[in-house]
Design a protein around this ligand. Structure first.
Ligand SMILES: CC(C)(COP(=O)(O)OP(=O)(O)OC[C@H]1O[C@@H](n2cnc3c(N)ncnc32)[C@H](O)[C@@H]1OP(=O)(O)O)[C@@H](O)C(=O)NCCC(=O)NCCS
Length: 180
């Protein structure tokens, strides 16, 4: 359990009438879901790596942060081939709303690479992106994965640096190849 300012959050078993029971949490969001009640906007948010995604809702989220449209068939295959997909939902008993996402590819044993980290612009600045990364890193650690990389746009590098990420020494350790 962690305390974020005036907001109490719990993995499970936390006695707070704003939080879902362990059973309801698991039924709606799957195993190892993590819930967090944000008092500023009176919303319950849930992180999960086992709840499935509505592809159209996911694409809408990624477009809302300014990324280009991708064919849904390819998106589905990319998700199917990903190691871990984490969703962040604003809880609603009937229609949870997807407001954050991140995924990893990798060999499942040693290496993983993080892709598509996004928080709906309406919900940015509340600490949700940081928590999404923490949840994702915990999921990777649970799998025993020891080396994680990601690609960051220059205007987001500080976001990752504040969470302990280090930049590769310029030109020393990294190589890229693009097909066009
Ligand atoms: C980057 C992103 C995921 C951050 O999500 P968020 O919920 O707004 O971030 P948080 O509120 O958790 O911020 C955590 C910390 O990072 C800082 N931060 C957030 N966005 C930042 C940015 N773009 N640049 C630098 N610092 C940033 C916050 O100020 C905060 O700092 P603090 O811990 O000192 O208070 C979100 O802005 C986003 O989806 N951006 C568009 C998509 C994108 O660029 N994704 C990254 C792909 S590489």
């Amino acid at each position: 359990m962690i305390n974020l300012g005036s907001t109490k959050i719990g993995m499970s078993g936390w006695k707070n009438e704003k939080l879902l029971s362990d059973e309801t949490l698991k039924n709606i969001y799957g195993k190892q879901a993590f819930q967090y009640f944000n008092q500023t906007n009176s919303s319950l948010f849930v992180f999960s790596h086992s709840k499935s995604f509505d592809l159209i809702e996911l694409e809408q989220l990624l477009q809302a942060v300014g990324w280009g449209r991708r064919p849904l068939r390819r998106v589905k295959r990319a998700l199917d081939n990903s190691l871990i997909k984490v969703g962040l939902w604003q809880h609603d008993p009937k229609f949870p709303k997807l407001i954050g996402f991140a995924r990893c590819t990798g060999d499942g044993i040693i290496d993983a690479t993080i892709w598509d980290v996004a928080i709906n612009p309406v919900y940015q600045g509340y600490g949700l992106g940081k928590q999404l990364m923490e949840y994702l890193m915990k999921s990777l650690k649970r799998e025993g994965i020891s080396r994680v990389t990601l690609f960051a746009d220059s205007d987001v590098i500080t976001f990752y640096k504040r969470q302990g990420w280090t930049l590769e020494p310029k030109g020393n350790k990294c190589a890229f190849w693009y097909s066009n």
